[in-house]
Structures are given as structure tokens and as C-alpha cells.
Design a protein around this ligand. Structure first.
Ligand SMILES: Nc1ncnc2c1ncn2[C@@H]1O[C@H](COP(=O)(O)OP(=O)(O)O)[C@@H](O)[C@H]1O
Ligand SMILES: [Mg+2]
Length: 221
């Protein structure tokens, strides 16, 4: 499904961050990427999610390179295929949880039928992650763990085939981190969504089928 071929990326002040890195993910895989702070996990996740470009190498999604897509095509690629969850929930405080979750749907033109369908899918997901009663609250009225579950619903409402989670439990306490870890694995199985998680957490990493370590710009098993 996803193939990174000899990806390299440097930053002027830092030098080489990713060095001829190779990664393959199949449909439905779950992969943990660990590595110390500054090892390049976020850089790698951003390249997979087409938020950043490598200096060299290729990124292929279902056989097609995404690197020669135009900006328009790239945002289409992201909207159709990829869900993001970050360390900080990035919910907007002046919108309700439901409005926050539905916001990405307005990035693309969709028919009203499609909109209705996604609305009910969003309610189903909210029920699945246990935030149905919180949909009309504002982000500051709910806990960090609840907010992170809301971002998972937001990430999945567009039915992506690939979920990228960058330190999703980074700002949660141990109990909430554990719950979020089990939830991600359950969603990976139930929806057969491919899951790539960058994490510091040994517990989270151990839940994934494959655990890779980012070391000196390369991924090692
Ligand atoms: N946009 C950028 N400009 C300059 N340096 C960057 C940029 N993004 C990341 N870096 C540097 O690249 C290295 C890897 O960062 P990052 O991918 O965020 O690591 P991690 O997520 O593993 O903590 C760090 O040294 C960081 O300072
Ligand atoms: Mg990071």
C-alpha cells in the first residue's frame, strides 16, 4: 500500500535527518516507529502524509508516486486517503466537538448526500469511541483523553485507508494513554485501516504488529 524508497531529508542547521530510509506498509498493517526525540519521527510522518517532501527518494501509495502531484492533487490525496492524529489535539476552542470533527469535510466539495452519509458515519464513530454525549461541548469542557478520542473521530470521518498518529499519547496520563493505545489497535482491526504510530511509549509500540526503530536516519527492526 505504502512504499518509501530511499528517502533522504536534511535540514540546513541540523544536517541529515533521514538517510536513504526504506519502509513498506501493507493494507491493514500496524506499525510503531520509536526513536529518541529529534531522531526524525515527525519528519518521516510528515513525508508519508505529504505535508513535507523528501530531498530524494520516492513515496509510493498504491503503486503511484505522490511526489509529482500538484498541490491540489496532494490535498486530494490527503483528504481521501490519510487521517492524522497529533500529540496535541488541535481542536479549535470556539467550535463544538461536532463542528471540529466535521470541519475537514468542508475542505472538499461534496454532495449533500455524501455529507449526510458522513454525518451519520461520524455519529457512529463517536459512539464507537465513547464521546456521543460530548459532541455539543467545547474543547475546553472535556478532558485531554476525550479530546484525543475526538481527534480520532475527526481523522476517521473521511474514511482514510491510512491513519498516521504522531505521539498520540504524548500529552496523556498513563491510564488514558493505555486506553488510547487499545482503541487505536481495535480500530485498526475493525476498519482494516493501516496504522502508523510514532511514539515514545513502549506500551503503545508493543501493541503494534511491527515495531521499527528510527536510528541514524534509517528504520531498523
Ligand atoms: N522544519 C524544520 N526546519 C529545520 N529543522 C527541522 C525542521 N523539522 C525538524 N527539524 C530538525 O530535524 C530533527 C528531527 O526532528 P523531528 O522529525 O521533529 O524528530 P522527532 O519527531 O523524532 O522528535 C530535529 O533535529 C529537528 O530540529
Ligand atoms: Mg516528533
Amino acid at each position: 500500500m505504502l512504499k518509501l524508497e530511499n528517502i533522504s531529508k536534511s535540514f540546513p542547521q541540523r544536517g541529515i535527518v533521514l538517510d536513504n530510509l526504506v519502509l513498506e506498509a501493507g493494507e491493514g498493517d500496524s506499525i510503531a516507529i520509536t526513536g529518541p526525540s529529534g531522531s526524525g519521527k515527525s519528519t518521516l510522518m510528515n513525508i508519508i502524509g505529504a505535508l513535507d517532501r523528501p530531498d530524494s527518494g520516492d513515496v509510493k501509495f498504491r503503486g503511484n508516486s505522490i511526489l509529482n502531484l500538484s498541490n491540489n492533487e496532494l490535498s486530494g490525496y490527503r483528504n481521501r486517503n490519510i487521517g492524522f492524529v497529533f500529540q496535541d489535539h488541535l481542536l479549535l476552542n470556539h467550535l463544538t466537538i461536532r463542528e471540529n470533527i466535521l470541519l475537514p469535510l468542508f475542505a472538499e466539495k461534496i454532495s449533500s448526500n455524501e455529507y449526510t452519509e458522513k454525518l451519520s458515519y461520524c455519529d457512529l464513530l463517536a459512539e464507537r469511541v465513547g464521546i456521543t454525549g460530548l459532541m455539543d461541548k467545547f474543547p475546553f469542557q472535556i478532558s485531554g483523553g476525550e479530546a484525543q478520542r475526538a481527534t480520532i473521530v475527526r481523522a476517521l470521518t473521511g474514511k482514510p485507508s491510512l491513519l498516521l498518529a504522531d505521539e498520540p499519547t504524548g500529552s496523556l496520563d498513563a491510564k488514558n494513554a493505555e486506553n488510547l493505545g487499545s482503541l487505536l489497535v481495535e480500530l485498526n482491526r475493525e476498519f482494516r485501516i493501516t496504522l502508523i504510530v510514532a511514539t515514545h511509549s513502549v506500551d503503545m509500540a508493543s501493541r503494534m504488529a511491527l515495531h521499527m526503530k528510527l536510528d541514524e536516519g534509517k528504520l531498523k527492526v
